[in-house]
Write a protein that binds this ligand. Structure first.
Ligand code: SF4
Length: 118
């Protein structure tokens, strides 16, 4: 099986081509850095995934803060994590990479801002 995966970790958006069978990667090309290689491997083997979503900003009904998990989360935890994130609102200003939710659902993984909001 061969799959093209767009890395969403940084704005460069590399297309990473992964080949393999039964969750095992046999070839991986197109990544611009190690983080993207890890991201695409995790997406392909599908036990974990980077969670990307938004959270509310207090006092700003029309703005949302984009966030993502600092590392890939186990897929079975995604819905629980989304339920937690849905209840979160932040106060601006927020800097890119600020931790928004620490150790979400006891996973040891943080939810971090992906954008600076003044
Ligand atoms: S592979 Fe690296 S350089 Fe390319 S989009 Fe992902 S994080 Fe950015």
């Amino acid at each position: 099986m061969k799959k093209d995966i767009i890395c969403t970790i940084c704005p460069k958006g590399c297309t990473v081509t992964v080949e393999g069978e039964a969750g095992a990667v046999t070839s991986i090309t197109g990544f611009g850095c190690k983080r993207g290689q890890e991201y695409a491997t995790a997406e392909f083997t599908s036990h974990v995934r980077i969670l990307t979503t938004t959270v509310k900003i207090e006092g700003r009904d029309s703005d949302l803060l984009p966030v993502r998990s600092s590392r890939p989360l186990p897929k079975e935890k995604i819905l629980d994590c989304m339920a937690v994130i849905k209840e979160v609102s932040v106060k601006a200003p927020v800097s890119q990479y600020d931790v928004i939710v620490e150790n979400i659902c006891g996973t040891g993984i943080d939810i971090v801002a992906t954008k600076t909001m003044q």
